[in-house]
Write a protein that binds this ligand. Structure first.
Ligand SMILES: Nc1nc2c(ncn2[C@@H]2O[C@H](COP(=O)(O)OP(=O)(O)OP(=O)(O)O)[C@@H](O)[C@H]2O)c(=O)[nH]1
Length: 659
């Protein structure tokens, strides 16, 4: 109820006049050729003249939605209709450029593209940003919105409003953006757009007749969406006559050209040869190239106020291109734009090179990848067992996995990752520790730094406010799951006759690893989940170690609630027993709190003789098998004399617990 009320307060007042933007006279757009088949080679001489697109003809918007509701497919259709890409079967989710996105079928990185569209004889420049749907990548969404004046909110006609639909709606709403609701997948047999329109009206106070029903897959009504973008989303409020003010909202590192920064111009113009300054570093640069993304880089003569594009200016160091930085002309300093709130990491994990000689390579790979994914925080760290490394902060476990996969795929780096932990706090009582830290409250992002109970007056754990949207038949099971995870119910609202939205306050560590999987499996995939930060609460915490034949496994040390330690320790030992290959000797797998063992499993001895079947006959086959075994060993980590596959720990932590 509270949600709908909040929306009602401001919705009416915020809508721009329906045709206000399009009705404004355009200076130079009597008739300009549509983009159509006109192609420019990306490195060719011919460059686009962007002065054809004054501020009044520009619309900057994002597509936002719950996971899989069809953002990238809608983006494909918009690119096709405007002639930006050709209509071929191969053009699927073209804005999902990363290998990890294509393999996992999810968007993890916001991507922008400029489209040219002629509507009622006027040429428009539409800058579209396709955003990720998963909560772990919501930082991408909030940053993208800062370069936009409106959004297309996509909702699946079968699934209806889901947890991330609510979260993303409020991101756009709070940023005071125009919102175009679109109901997608109307071609599906079970589509029920009427029901979804009513949900949208009930939760977001958007009249049902404002929704556009489309099939992004088949292209039905997609052109109507473009027309609505022009009518409803206002052009950016800025002026080419003002001094240059360019916001760096994303950047990538190119081995040959250095940093390629994605910029949105809030004033002025920029071109090759201009001398610019970074407000953040105060360094001066000469612009080498500017252009737009269509979605590949397309050089232009200039970029003007209101436009979105890229810039190359000889920034050779990763640290020179801060996301959120403002660029201005050397001779015309300006007040920098507010930039972005830094992302708040939800989970931390240690990252170490497998081999310490790889430390410097991994360091430079991390610098480059964090330039492109600025939501990851990096602190240097070291461990007796694992050597020199880093403690990284991620927005969630999926984010951690995707980052790790990108390191492997884009930088050819394999690493050791430790168990994720949430940022706990301790209020210190020991005068010695207070003196050492220079404060009486510390944040613990590494179990190795966990101060013992005697030096602490209170431990605190982070909490989140979770939103669950589910068909009502699963409510009972979901409530039990939430209680099991120490959650407290805050709200329950029927969004239609058979769908419920639940709000729970969760300890963050209870949802980080496998809550989402458990929720999905008990609701046959129908329930969705999203969460936001909700501060800290007092908690009875302890540190649990995992030992293999008495040697601690640093990757698996965890901070955990006292009530949960025994069960979690038992489960971890059981899973490790299933995951670690048997070896020539018996292995004791134990969970311990301090010196006290709270769980134990024993892995029996076994000898794997890979050449047993060769009977000494075929020497080449024998050599091949031994070589394969040696390769396998390189993927192992040694703890004491026990060999463990490197990926075993992550597999152990990830597996579903609640069956
Ligand atoms: N039947 C049908 N399927 C659609 C339609 N639009 C998208 N899909 C399918 O829905 C799935 C998800 O589509 P995407 O476009 O990747 O969804 P997304 O919202 O970009 O997903 P994330 O980026 O992971 O959040 C794909 O299998 C699409 O083919 C539609 O109009 N009709």
């Amino acid at each position: 109820m509270a949600l709908a009320g909040r929306a009602a307060l401001r919705w009416g007042a915020r809508l721009p006049s329906p045709r206000g933007a399009a009705a404004a006279p355009l200076c130079r757009a009597a008739w300009l050729p549509a983009w159509g088949g006109r192609r420019y080679s990306s490195r060719g001489e011919e460059k686009l003249d962007m002065s054809m697109y004054p501020v009044e003809s520009i619309r900057n918007f994002s597509i936002i939605a719950h996971v899989d509701h069809g953002k990238s497919t809608l983006a494909d259709r918009l690119l096709e209709i405007t002639g930006t890409i050709s209509k071929t079967d191969r053009n699927k989710q073209v804005l999902d450029k990363l290998q990890v996105e294509r393999e996992r079928g999810i968007t993890v990185k916001a991507q922008s593209a400029s489209l040219f569209y002629n509507h009622e004889g006027i040429n428009y420049l539409l800058n579209l940003i396709d955003t990720p749907g998963h909560v772990d990548f919501s930082y991408e969404v909030s940053r993208s919105l800062s370069a936009c004046q409106g959004v297309i909110l996509v909702v699946d006609a079968n699934e209806g409003i889901q947890a991330q639909t609510v979260a993303n709606f409020y991101l756009a709403f709070e940023a005071q953006l125009s919102i175009i609701p679109v109901i997608n997948k109307i071609d599906l047999k079970n589509a029920d757009p009427e029901r979804v329109e009513k949900q949208i009206e009930k939760l977001f106070d958007i009249p049902t007749d404002e929704c556009i029903r489309i099939s992004a897959k088949q292209g039905t009504n997609v052109e109507k969406v473009l027309q609505k973008v022009i009518e409803k989303i206002p052009p950016p409020q800025c002026n080419t006559a003002d001094p240059l003010k360019a916001l760096v909202f994303d950047s990538t590192f190119d081995h040959y050209r250095g940093v390629v920064a994605n910029i949105a111009l809030f004033g002025g113009e920029i071109a090759k040869g201009h001398k610019i300054v970074s407000a953040h570093t105060k360094k001066r640069y000469e612009v080498h190239e500017v252009g737009i993304l269509t979605p590949d880089e397309q050089p232009t003569h200039k970029l003007y106020a209101g436009q979105v594009g890229y810039l190359i200016a000889g920034m050779k160091e990763v640290a020179e291109a801060q996301i959120g930085d403002t660029l201005f002309l050397y001779k015309q300093p300006v007040e920098p734009l507010p930039g972005f709130k830094s992302a708040k990491p939800m989970v931390f994990a240690g990252m170490y090179p497998i081999d310490q000689t790889e430390y410097n390579n991994l360091k430079s790979a991390l610098e480059r990848l964090t330039l492109n994914d600025s939501s990851v925080t990096v602190h240097r760290d070291s461990s007796l067992a694992l050597g020199a490394g880093w403690r990284l902060g991620f927005l969630g476990l999926l984010h951690m996995e995707v980052f790790n996969q990108r390191l492997e795929q884009e930088y050819n780096m394999s690493v050791i990752l430790t168990a994720p932990t949430v940022p706990y706090k301790a209020v210190l009582s020991s005068a010695k520790l207070i003196k050492e830290y220079g404060k009486d409250q510390i944040t613990i992002i590494n179990p190795a730094q966990f101060p013992d109970k005697l030096s602490v007056s209170e431990y605190l754990e982070p909490t989140v406010l979770g939103t669950i949207v589910t068909p009502h038949e699963y409510i009972g099971k979901i409530i039990t799951l939430c209680q099991d995870r120490r959650a407290v119910q805050k709200d329950m609202l029927y969004i239609d006759e058979n769908r419920v939205m639940l709000k729970y306050l969760f300890p963050l560590n209870e949802i980080v690893v496998d809550f989402y999987d458990a929720l999905k499996s008990l609701s046959s995939g129908y329930a969705s989940f999203d969460y936001e930060d909700a501060g800290y609460q007092s908690a009875d915490l302890i540190k649990m170690d995992i030992l293999l034949n008495g040697n601690p496994v640093e990757e698996l040390a965890t901070i955990i609630h006292n009530d949960k330690a025994r069960a979690a320790g038992k489960l971890l030992c059981e899973r490790l027993k299933e995951t670690i290959p048997r070896q020539l000797f018996e292995i004791a797998i134990q969970a311990a709190i301090g010196k006290k063992i709270i769980a134990r499993e024993t892995l029996k001895a076994y000898r794997k003789n890979v050449v047993a079947k060769c009977y000494g006959g075929d020497i080449t086959r024998r050599m091949k098998l031994l070589k394969r075994q040696a390769e396998g060993k390189r993927l192992m980590r040694k703890i004491g004399n026990v060999e463990v596959p490197r990926d075993a720990f992550i597999r152990v932590l990830k597996r579903e617990t609640d069956k």
